[in-house]
Write a protein that binds this ligand. Structure first.
Ligand SMILES: Nc1ncnc2c1ncn2[C@@H]1O[C@H](COP(=O)(O)OP(=O)(O)OP(=O)(O)O)[C@@H](O)[C@H]1O
Ligand SMILES: N[C@@H](CCO)C(=O)O
Length: 293
């Protein structure tokens, strides 16, 4: 059985804890019944031996598997990870979503995506990464009475993401601590209006509006101060023709969107200016978590 979950970019500027989008890069796990428990890792995390012993995926999988099954089978878990950890590309959401989906699938129990999304909420209490991880596409999401309420929009193929991954991580937990405890009414109205405009721009495919609509006063500047090169990444990307360029999740990755015709030029300029960062073009994912039995 194989489960794959896409990387996600949350916030998208002003949509703090609300907006998120799924990218084509993904984490996959292949699970096979086996005499003994074993774990193999390829890609991101493979140089971290601790992940073989103390892995968030295994512990969430076991929580669900032990609840769903009376049998005590052992499994071999083979991980193929493309999503870097603590870089703002939803690595923790990818693990949470794939572990829950895997436990249900291995027991042959149907798990509708909205139910999977609500189960994932117990492990990540903001819905902006888990929603696109489960559903794919661009999503607006909120939590009401312990349920995620969301609206999804598929992304067109003629738009691409340009991803800049710095060589240092930022932990979400630490990064949230740098944010103000309170915001002024002016800043609240600024973010409310920009997040609303950004959402409307996605829904109506008014891409030229993204540059203005993606501005934020809630979190980016506080977080980007931890890695000041990110201000230059944003400037370079917008100057080279991106439609929008925002901190991805809690950072450190920077996420831009452009028309397909412009993406290689933007990628080239970012690569030239930031040779120590990983820069690449990605398609969007419109499907979300996928289970192949
Ligand atoms: N492939 C993986 N296998 C096991 N654990 C993982 C894996 N990927 C991420 N994790 C866990 O998730 C943690 C990273 O979560 P964190 O929220 O800091 O970053 P992120 O999810 O990549 O960023 P963001 O939420 O801003 O997009 C890691 O420290 C690790 O505990
Ligand atoms: N909305 C979250 C995304 C990271 O998990 C944040 O900005 O902290």
């Amino acid at each position: 059985m194989r489960v794959s979950v896409p990387a996600t970019s949350a916030n998208m500027g002003p949509g703090f804890d609300t907006l998120g989008i799924a990218l084509r890069m993904k984490n996959q796990v292949v699970i096979k019944p086996s005499k003994f428990h074993s774990v193999s890792l390829k890609g991101e995390g493979s140089n971290n031996p601790a992940l073989k012993d103390n892995n968030m995926f295994i512990s969430i999988f076991n929580d669900f598997y032990h609840n769903l099954s009376t049998k005590r089978r052992n499994f071999r878990f083979e991980f193929f990870n493309e999503v870097p950890m603590s870089r703002g590309l939803g690595s923790s959401s990818a693990v949470i979503v794939s572990a829950i989906a895997s436990a249900y699938a291995i027991e042959g129990i149907e798990l509708p995506k909205p139910k999977l999304l609500n189960l994932a909420l117990a492990y990540e209490n903001h819905p902006d990464n888990i929603t696109p991880a489960v559903m794919g596409g661009f999503n607006v999401a909120t939590v009401q009475d312990n349920e995620v309420k969301y609206i999804k929009k598929d992304m067109p193929k003629y738009l691409k993401a340009i991803v800049v991954i710095p060589n240092r991580p930022i932990s979400t937990h630490m990064s949230r601590k740098t944010l103000p405890y309170k915001y002024s009414k002016d800043d609240a109205v600024f973010n409310l209006s920009h997040a609303s405009l950004l959402t409307a721009a996605f829904m109506t495919e008014n891409w030229e509006m993204l540059r203005i609509a993606s501005q934020d006063k809630f979190h980016q500047k506080y977080r980007m101060k931890q890695m000041p090169e990110l201000f230059e990444v944003q400037k370079t990307s917008l100057k080279a023709g991106s439609l929008m360029s925002t901190l991805s999740g809690s950072g450190s990755t920077f996420f831009s969107i452009s028309h397909a015709d412009d993406c290689r030029k933007i990628e080239k300029e970012l690569k030239a200016k930031f040779p120590h960062f990983r820069v690449f073009v990605s398609d969007f994912d419109n499907y979300g978590v996928r289970v192949d039995k």
